[in-house]
Design a binder for this molecule. Structure first.
Ligand code: 6AU
Length: 271
């Protein structure tokens, strides 16, 4: 069964190269933590990436929230990623027709395809959105073997419209497009059959004693503890944003979350 398999064993079964690469990275580096660097200045995001780098498998960005984005941001973040061995995910949540997402992915100020290993994609437009992103890579210097996406199948926020049937259709899309899909963003593991697909779960926060610090943020976000998302919800990679960025010492906080999450993963596969 998928959830009992080790990340290494799942990498063997994976048919998507980026999914296999990320699973192996997690196994080797012994971390299933993704930090969301949702800060407003490029320097602050780069500083955060460097500080938490040793403890993470993925660093997640929202570059359209930066006050001072410049063309240097991508290459600088790539340097830090190389130093600490993590992948970069731009959480763009593409959601338009193929032609439009192809432009948004490869062109514009952000040139996401040039520096982000992974991107997030809404399932709403159907398979055409994957075709659009793949066609962009074909005309770009980046290649399919070192780029992939995660499909947002289910959202963490209160009253999200990602119903059970939407979620199940999104899973089908992920399954049929392993050429470009490395995983899904989801709050539970149900309906993810393929061991190669990686479940990324946001909405994670803990108090110092390991119990949830707060179960919401006043704007609809819903939080679960690190143990809960890995053991009860099937998270492979857990996303922690403000739990790290609002801590007095972000490196220490990342280490704290890494330890809790990795311990929960070991418990899951050893049961
Ligand atoms: O830990 P937080 O609440 O500070 O940050 C959570 C991060 C944010 C969101 O944009 C993102 O996770 N997110 C996503 C993703 C990753 O796609 C989906 C979702 O359903 N909920 C969610 O919070 O950067």
């Amino acid at each position: 069964e998928r959830l009992k398999m080790t990340f290494d064993a799942r990498a063997e079964k994976s048919t998507n190269m980026m999914s296999a690469r990320l699973l192996r990275l997690m196994a080797t580096k012994r971390t299933n933590l993704c930090v969301a660097g949702d800060l407003r200045s490029s320097a602050a995001v780069l500083r955060l990436a460097d500080a938490v780098g040793p403890y993470i498998c993925v660093f997640k960005t929202h570059v359209d929230a930066l006050d001072d984005f410049s063309g240097q941001f991508g290459p600088q973040l790539c340097e830090i990623a190389k130093t600490h061995n993590f992948l970069i995910m731009e959480d763009r949540k593409f959601g338009d027709i193929g032609n439009t997402v192809s432009l948004q992915y490869g062109a514009g100020n952000f040139s996401v395809a040039a520096w982000a290993d992974l991107v997030t994609v809404h399932a709403l437009p159907g398979p055409g959105i994957i075709d659009g992103l793949v066609s962009c890579l074909e005309t770009h210097r980046a290649h399919l073997k070192d780029r992939a996406c995660f499909i947002v199948a289910e959202m963490s926020c209160k009253d999200a419209l990602t119903t059970a049937s939407y979620r199940s259709e999104a899973m089908k899309l992920a399954e049929t497009r392993v050429d470009f899909v490395a995983g899904v963003v989801s709050q539970s593991a149900s309906g993810i059959p393929s061991p190669g697909l990686i479940q990324l779960t946001p909405g994670v926060r803990a108090g110092v004693n390991g119990t949830p610090q707060s179960d919401s943020d006043g704007l609809g976000q819903q939080y679960n503890s690190p143990r809960h998302v890995v053991l009860e919800r099937g998270a492979d990679v857990a996303v922690v944003g403000r739990g790290v960025t609002e801590a007095p010492d972000s490196a220490e906080a990342a280490k704290f979350y890494r330890d809790l999450l990795w311990e929960a993963y070991l418990e899951r596969v050893s049961e």
